[in-house]
Design a protein around this ligand. Structure first.
Ligand code: ARG
Ligand code: ZN
Length: 856
């Protein structure tokens, strides 16, 4: 069915729903093309609804899409309903009443993977944000919460829904979820699945059964995810005082899924790539990501489910907070410094371009057309940064007190950002009016620092600015927590970290009683998501790289030196900065430093980060030149480190049995960085040895990447395919890696050829993304001067849109930076954007994304 004309929804239009839902009973008779859903819903007037006393609501609207209405009754009498593509309207009696309906739906024909759909013969659901309306008629909005009883009939051995099981017989199961929830947390799974089971005893002594349901054959990939779940349950008790609240916690792995995972009450559904793991098939980064996603979804049980969002504008209330919580968990499990650095790398790579381009929106948007387009890096990652800042400003104890008050005060509520900030105001007595601008203003603030040194006093003057955009036409100064420390000329810290609170456009802070001029280490731990402009000399940066006691800023000093030398190479044709190379040598060989940290210092800025930096400085980025500069710098690093690389490699090869823990992963990361540099001049000899000897995917895949880059990959690519052709998750890596590592000249051709591979199952989001996200992220390859990369992506987005609008719309962000590039590339990109927009019956999702990109 064609989408209705796009409608814009505004936060300011919020009104409560006129009814509450006291109970929901659902009955599913499963059938691939004709599933019958019967619903019995008890409605009562909502006391909170301020109605017009002269006109109590006499008609009711229920959402419903792609449903075949079989019958509908109110209090047992058939009703006449006016049905549109978005729902139905019907007359209702005064007071409480019971709605009963039967609808028919087509799960096997549901390729959009929203609502009830099929994946490899199993039934599963994805309802967030607005998928429940594709299952039955319902007030599908998060502030309508109810208890659900669900009966499932089907010939499958495993029949699951939310909550606790009531009755299970051969071909039917009945579930009851005692916790009132919005429809977006509903879930159903039916299939021929096997369970990996375990138990967790909560701190108050309740025993919870844990199951991880997977397809037969995947049993060997469950143990790690199960351990991560138990670790998460324990951590949330220890750190946030949150206990689990059902007899059962189920996780199901699904192959066709639009995102990472979903926190449905008591029945989390996961993209199989976000939960299945084994030594032979998963990399260390996969393990870390899986641990974080399991924690994220589990933590939603309190921040999302017990306390949900009043409306979708409040999405960051649950997502920003839950991302912040999972980052704290990962920091505790694996080390704070490395986690912080990788989060900032990710923020700069994904959120900064969004915030500084046509898709910019506030952490709490004020309008949208398609909510699925707002599951963004801004809502999630910047949303988490905002909570981190709040914690930095109020301190750890007040943060903990305020969050406890939030749980006490709002348990069972559909809450707002105002509710969230109020618990902080009530706990600390602070006025957070200005802080709230972090939720309402779009864009990344820039922060300039000037230094003045006189008579033993260092004065730092900060100036903040935020570009006016259509999203934020009149920006106001924000509260910026500035964590600052001082490093003396001998390398010792002369002032420990202090948090300065900036509230004005321009503000000075003085450090006195200093005997010699120190180097200021500003924005320690990346204390605010801003772009810092600190005019340090190379010598001062080298000093921070060598001595900063704040690990984030130590890394940042190296990163900035790398960026500066690359920019000079690109703009002025200079040679790599010897001071940077020497500094790198010293850090990389410093055995007192964590190998994971050293590996991060060795990883250079991404080409897209350099494009951003060039654009910021008023230049037009040229992808080929950026690529060439990075290659030249890598050669220079390989030469500079040639005396130490073999040893670095050998020393960090793990000899103990494989474990995906932080220590081993860090060593493998460093060894693989060394391998990558060594492979630049040995024709892939060492990589070949590592490939042949590898007993884990981390080493196998890294070696394969080196072989491809060395132009020696052909045989290994074949061997890898032969070895892994029956493992879909490993084959996703195989598809992706060939594009990632392709020469910029042929990346689009490599991608195009891969789409002809018999296993290129393009309707599977993981496989589609393996090829096309890799292409979009291959900076010089995607931006090939011919426009072939743009055209290939557009061809496939046009093909995917009618099948899966959500995944199509997400991938449109590849075009969001079009304005940065030269005239010719701009025109080539615009032409593809326009061509997609001109496609008949384009989805609302894709239309909204591309319209914003092209107007912005
Ligand atoms: N709530 C889920 C999570 O954060 C993601 C749901 C994404 N939904 C969507 N329509 N994109 O884990
Ligand atoms: Zn989430």
């Amino acid at each position: 069915m064609r989408d209705a004309a796009p409608q814009t929804i505004y936060l300011s239009d919020y009104t409560p729903y006129p009814w509450t839902v006291e109970s929901v009973e659902l009955h599913f008779a499963l059938d691939p093309h004709a599933t019958r859903v019967r619903s019995t819903i008890r409605f009562a007037p909502n006391p909170v609804y301020v109605e017009d006393p002269d006109a109590p609501p006499s008609t009711m609207f229920l959402h419903g899409e792609n449903l075949k209405l079989i019958s509908a009754q109110i209090n047992g009498d058939p009703v006449r309903a006016e049905v549109t593509s978005e729902g139905l309207t019907t007359d209702v009696p005064e007071g409480a009443f019971t709605w009963e309906a039967e609808v028919e739906i087509d799960p096997a024909g549901n390729t959009a993977l929203e609502g009830l759909y099929m994946s490899n013969g199993m039934y599963c659901t994805q309802c967030e944000a607005e998928g429940f309306r594709k299952i039955t008629y319902y007030p599908d909005r998060p502030d309508v919460m109810s208890v659900f009883t669900v009966t499932i009939e089907g010939p499958h051995p495993v029949l699951l829904s939310n909550g606790n099981p009531l009755i299970a017989s051969k071909h039917s199961a009945k579930w009851y979820d005692p916790w009132p929830k919005p429809a977006y947390l509903f879930a159903l799974v039916a299939g021929d699945l096997v369970a990996h089971s375990d138990r967790f005893t909560t701190r108050s002594g309740r025993v919870v059964d844990l199951n991880l349901y997977v397809r037969e054959g995947d049993e060997g990939k469950c143990a790690f995810g199960m351990q991560a779940l138990k670790d998460s349950m324990k951590w949330d008790e220890d750190v946030y005082g949150r206990e689990y609240d059902l007899e059962l916690f189920n996780i199901v792995a699904v192959d066709d899924f639009n995102m990472g995972a979903m926190e449905n009450k008591g029945l989390n559904i996961f993209n199989s790539s976000a939960v299945l793991a084994s030594q032979a098939t998963s990399t260390d980064s996969n393990f870390e990501r899986i641990e974080a996603i399991i924690a994220h979804e589990y933590f939603h049980n309190w921040t999302g489910n017990r306390i949900t969002c009043r409306d979708w504008f409040q999405l960051c209330l649950k997502e920003g907070l839950t991302v912040f919580r999972d980052s704290q968990f990962t920091a505790d499990m694996r080390g704070e410094a490395v986690k912080r650095i990788s989060d900032v790398i990710d923020l700069r790579a994904r959120q900064f371009p969004e915030d500084q381009g046509p898709l910019a929106h506030p952490v709490r948007p004020e309008s949208f057309q398609e909510i699925n387009n707002f599951y963004t890096a801004t809502i999630y990652e910047k949303g988490a940064e905002v909570i981190r800042m709040l914690k930095t400003l109020v301190g750890d104890q007040a943060y903990s007190d305020a969050v406890t008050l939030y749980f006490d005060r709002h348990d069972g509520d559909a809450a707002t950002i105002e509710d969230w900030l109020k618990v902080f105001e009530d706990t600390t007595g602070r006025d957070l009016t200005q802080f709230k601008r972090w939720y309402s203003q779009a864009g990344t603030p820039r922060l300039k620092v000037e230094e003045d040194w006189a008579e033993g006093a260092l004065t730092l003057t900060f100036t903040q600015s935020l570009a006016a955009t259509s999203a934020t036409p009149a920006p106001q100064p924000q509260v910026i927590p500035l964590a600052v420390g001082l490093i003396g000329p001998d390398g010792a810290e002369v002032a420990e970290t202090r948090v300065l609170e900036m509230t004005e456009t321009s503000q000075s802070f003085k450090f006195d009683g200093l005997s010699e001029r120190p180097v200021a280490s500003i924005l320690r731990g990346f204390s605010a998501p801003v772009v810092l402009e600190q005019p340090l000399t190379d010598a001062q940066r080298a000093h921070l790289l060598a001595h900063d006691t704040d690990p984030f800023n130590r890394w940042e000093a190296g990163e900035t030196m790398a960026r500066n030398t690359l920019l000079a190479m690109i703009l002025e044709g200079t040679r790599p900065d010897p001071a940077y190379l020497r500094g790198l040598h010293a850090v990389v060989t410093d055995g007192t430093l964590d190998p994971a940290f050293r590996a991060m210092i060795l990883s250079l800025p991404r080409p897209s980060d350099l494009a951003t930096a060039l654009h910021d400085a008023g230049h037009v980025p040229e992808p080929d030149i950026i690529h060439a500069a990075l290659e030249t710098l890598r050669d220079a690093i390989a030469r500079e480190l040639c005396d130490v690389l073999p040893e670095l490699y050998e020393d960090n090869l793990v000899t103990e049995p494989y474990a995906p823990d932080a220590i081993q992963s860090g060593k493998r990361a460093l060894a693989n960085s060394a391998l990558s540099l060594l492979s630049r001049s040995d024709d892939g000899k060492l990589a070949r040895e590592q490939y042949d000897a590898a007993d884990n995917m981390t080493q196998q895949l890294a070696a394969l990447a080196c072989l491809i880059r060395a132009g020696r990959g052909e045989a290994a690519i074949k061997a890898f395919e032969e070895q892994w052709k029956n493992d879909r998750l490993v084959m996703d890596k195989w598809f992706g890696l060939q594009v990632n590592e392709a020469d910029p000249e042929d990346a689009h051709e490599v991608a195009a050829n891969l789409t002809k591979h018999p296993d290129f199952n393009w309707k599977n989001p993981n496989r589609f993304r393996a090829v096309f996200s890799s292409l979009a992220m291959h900076h010089a390859g995607f931006h090939h001067a011919s426009g072939a990369g743009y055209k290939l992506l557009a061809d496939w987005l046009i093909k995917l849109d009618p099948v899966n609008p959500q995944t199509t719309a997400r991938m449109c962000s590849a075009f969001q930076t079009w304005k940065r590039y030269d005239r010719s590339r701009q025109e080539l990109m615009r032409a593809q954007v326009d061509r997609i927009l001109a496609t008949p019956d384009l989805s609302r999702d894709t239309t909204e994304m591309l319209t914003r990109i092209s107007n912005g």
